[in-house]
Unconditional design. Structure first.
Length: 143
């Protein structure tokens, strides 16, 4: 299975409604923005990077105060369904305010469209890598 390492602030946005369904009606983030196009589609694992900036920690505390930090772990999976150019993002549905805060939407970026986030029943410690990388899931199942 392919995995993608994401900083905690952005991973929390993808899974916020699963961590805290009383506070979030759905995912706050449905697009992961990157400078590289991808042709990968299907289920991918989301790994939370160990490193995070002081600004990211502050924003995570502000936007997602009830969500536990799980840095250095694979916390769940999503379906990567499309890779959109900046122009296609602008032509599509209006982005929510939170989506705009949690992404970099500009001419040099691509948006990976994510659907159906699922938390692992037990987060799995893993060493991430830049970009997509191969991860061998264990039979712990999804939450």
């Amino acid at each position: 299975m392919k995995a993608l390492t994401i900083h905690w602030l952005y991973a929390a946005g993808i899974f916020c409604h699963l961590f805290d369904p009383d506070s979030y009606a759905g995912p706050c983030k449905t697009m992961e923005t990157r400078t590289r196009r991808t042709h990968i589609r299907g289920t991918i694992a989301i790994h939370v990077a160990k490193a995070q900036t002081k600004q990211e920690r502050s924003l995570a505390a502000l936007y997602f105060p009830t969500i536990p930090h799980r840095c250095g772990f694979i916390i769940g999976t999503v379906n990567l369904v499309d890779c959109l150019t900046f122009e296609r993002v602008l032509a599509g549905p209006v982005l929510s305010a939170m989506e705009r805060k949690l992404g970099f939407f500009g001419p040099a970026y691509f948006a990976y469209a994510l659907e159906a986030p699922r938390l692992l029943a037990k987060p799995v410690q893993a060493t991430g890598q830049l970009g997509f990388w191969n991860w061998q899931p264990q039979p712990w199942g999804l939450k």
